[in-house]
Design a protein around this ligand. Structure first.
Ligand SMILES: Cc1cc2nc3c(=O)[nH]c(=O)nc-3n(C[C@H](O)[C@H](O)[C@H](O)COP(=O)(O)OP(=O)(O)OC[C@H]3O[C@@H](n4cnc5c(N)ncnc54)[C@H](O)[C@@H]3O)c2cc1C
Length: 336
């Protein structure tokens, strides 16, 4: 059983910054995330995109912001349970919470802060009969590490920013040996700049752009060896490939959090804006997962919410200790 002061469910930007604010109050944190890496949406959806509304950073890449947040909290030595989803939450007779993951890892703490963002991400999958058989055997729904595709023949499906951005990245960085982008329509939903870049790459024969088509079949002995592409007018074409990456987006769902006796409104956890507490004493919700009048799903707002939540958490954990606000410029940041 992992014991800590604060269990944080979700290692997105808001969960990470909450560790920092808790650390200033000498509260130890342990983060749980279903994803194998910290960073939440910033790493999962838009790691290479620039963000322009983080105070003090005129421009910062999402991935770099996560790196900086990780560096900022290093001094407080948070624990991590990654690649596991928080499944159940029980309260013992001392009023402490036990959070158990889908892999059976147990955590206990007097306070839980839910920073679960949009919830658990489920990829939207194309309707291909044997798709699941090839998952992690050449079929991936998320590009986690582009270097994984070094020298490979890759077929990407999709017409949004993800499909366009990864096509550009894999070609511009000379990673793949062959890339086909398959899209059902002739127009794309992504940024105009990205669409233009992809068109230029197709004209320069750096990629095979196959529009008005979709991948309808996968073949291979224990791993992807080829895909069948069905064109609306030209019929079927079999293309040799090592990887098929359908990038049709991720559907968020509250997942297990919805069953923890919390007041839910519009697929989010209702909180009191005094301290971002939920209807269950000792459980707080910060970042995209919460809702209240005037809520904005912005990183900046989540940073503020985490800051106030830990002040209240401190009072629950140390009811007899007085907490006086100290500036980091005066007191510095001392670890545990
Ligand atoms: C394309 C795009 C561009 C954006 N641009 C901006 C911008 O410019 N500026 C800005 O301020 N915001 C922007 N946002 C919004 C911003 O990304 C979110 O506000 C921010 O990510 C919220 O952070 P979070 O920590 O609350 O949640 P998330 O980043 O969603 O992280 C939540 C984490 O919780 C995990 N989780 C959920 N449920 C469980 C569970 N049961 N067990 C374990 N783990 C769980 C998830 O796996 C996830 O990693 C953008 C969003 C998108 C999609």
């Amino acid at each position: 059983m992992i014991q800590t002061d604060v269990i944080i469910i979700g290692a997105g930007p808001c969960g990470l910054f909450t560790v920092f604010e808790a650390g200033l109050l000498k509260l130890r944190c342990h983060l749980i995330d279903s994803l194998p890496l910290p960073g939440g949406q910033l790493i999962e959806i838009y790691p290479k995109k620039p963000i322009y509304d983080i105070p003090g950073f005129p421009i910062v890449n999402a991935g770099d912001l996560v790196d900086n947040l990780m560096k900022q909290i290093e001094v407080f030595k948070p624990g991590f349970t990654l690649g596991e989803s928080a499944l159940t939450l029980e309260e013992n007779i001392d009023g402490h919470f036990i959070v158990t993951t889908n892999k059976g890892t147990q955590h206990i703490a007097p306070v839980v802060i839910i920073a679960g963002g949009l919830g658990v991400f489920e990829p939207r999958k194309p309707p291909i009969e044997n798709l699941e058989k090839y998952e992690d055997k050449g079929v991936e729904y998320i590009i986690r590490d582009p270097e994984f595709y070094k020298g490979k023949r890759v077929v990407i499906s999709g017409g949004g920013d993800s499909a366009l951005d990864w096509t550009i990245y894999l070609i511009e960085n000379n990673i793949v040996s062959d890339l086909s982008l398959v899209h059902r329509r002739t127009s794309f939903r992504g940024h105009l700049d990205s669409v233009q870049k992809v068109m230029d790459m197709a004209n320069a024969k750096k990629i095979n752009l196959i529009t008005e088509a979709e991948v309808v079949g996968i073949s291979g002995n224990g791993k992807v060896e080829s895909v069948t592409i069905k064109h609306t007018t030209l019929g079927d074409q079999v293309k040799e490939a090592d990887h098929f990456v359908p990038l049709f987006g991720l559907t968020p769902s509250l997942g297990p959090i919805a069953d923890w006796g919390l007041e839910i409104e519009k697929n989010a956890v209702k909180v009191n804006t005094f301290d971002y507490s939920t209807n269950r004493k000792g459980i707080y919700a910060v970042g995209d997962i919460n809702t209240y009048p005037g809520k904005l799903k912005l990183i900046l707002c989540g940073f503020h919410e985490g800051t106030l939540a830990v002040q209240s958490a401190f009072a629950k954990i140390h009811p007899n200790k007085k907490n006086v606000l100290k500036y980091t410029t005066v007191n510095g940041v001392s670890g545990f």
